[in-house]
Design a protein around this ligand. Structure first.
Ligand code: OAD
Length: 258
């Protein structure tokens, strides 16, 4: 028996002409990827994220900050996309003009088959020069990364020799303008926005579901907890991404199955 909320959400998705899937850290939680705040263990446990994920922290101690991101990148490389990521890719394959917009810096959407997701907060897999901004090669994840992490001196830019930095958005930095603009345009023109695993607290990213609702889209939320997005959601599915999203895809396109 399909939950009535799932059935309603499935009907909205099946009839959608343009969809946006907006995801946050909860999307990757069941893949065992440490969320932004969980990642402050071991060497970094005495730090607050706001103190580590900043240009100033990188300038003052590049090896500490680069080591943290390399530790997170290794954790992501060891993780696998979960059934929720696979369901998002299935939605993209069935709803024309689906755009995936993620706040996550992991590559699990890509590894599950999503095509070109928009990374509003950058990616662990897009390092660049801290001075000339040239993209830098992504080295193989460190195999013997210690559980408590370690300081790792960042590589130098092959062009100007400045330190390479992680390709993520730090506190106090602007989001990539073109990516944000594309995401807002997609939200303003979709008829369904599925928001998954985000607390909806961090702006400007959290504006995306609000824009969709303002332009008349039906917002479907998947989250075990209440969030500010409850106020704009047409359907609230209280549950985990890896459980609810596959049920949503089954209800929408595999008729006759719960
Ligand atoms: P948060 O850690 O703020 O919120 C994660 C959300 O996922 C919460 O609402 C949880 O209830 C929910 N959640 C947990 N497990 C889940 C599961 N299995 N399935 C579905 N939902 C689940 O993460 P974000 O909202 O992504 O920014 O945070 C946004 C930004 O805040 C991050 O991108 C980062 C941080 O500052 C930057 O790094 C710039």
């Amino acid at each position: 028996m399909t939950d009535p909320g799932v059935r309603e959400a499935a009907d909205l998705l099946r009839q959608a002409r343009r969809a946006v899937v907006f995801t946050g850290a909860g999307m990757s939680a069941e893949s065992g990827v440490p969320t932004f705040r969980d990642a402050l263990t071991g060497l970094w446990q005495r730090f607050d994220a706001q103190a580590l994920a900043t240009p100033e922290a990188f300038h003052d101690d590049p090896a500490l900050v680069w080591g943290w991101y390399e530790w997170r990148r290794t954790a992501v490389a060891r993780a696998l996309p979960n059934a929720g990521h696979v369901a998002v890719a299935a939605i993209e394959a069935r709803v024309p003009h689906t755009v995936v917009v993620t706040q996550n810096v992991d590559d699990l959407h890509e590894r599950a088959g999503s095509v070109d997701p928009l990374h509003l907060h950058g990616s662990l897999f897009a390092p660049r020069c801290s001075a000339c901004a040239r993209p830098a090669p992504v080295s193989d994840p460190v195999v013997d990364e210690p559980a408590d992490g370690r300081r790792v001196a960042p590589p130098s830019c092959g062009h100007c020799s400045a330190p390479i930095r992680p390709g993520v958005v730090w506190f106090g930095e602007a989001l990539p303008g073109e990516t944000l603009e594309t995401a807002v345009e997609a939200a303003a023109s979709c008829d369904v926005l599925l928001t998954v695993g985000t607390s909806g607290l961090v702006y400007p990213a959290a504006e995306i579901p609000q824009v969709a609702a303002r332009f008349g889209a039906a917002v479907i939320q998947v989250n075990p907890q209440r969030t500010p997005l409850d106020a704009v959601a047409a359907v609230n599915l209280r549950g985990r991404a890896a459980e609810v999203l596959p049920a949503l895809v089954r209800a929408a396109w595999e008729t006759g199955r719960a």
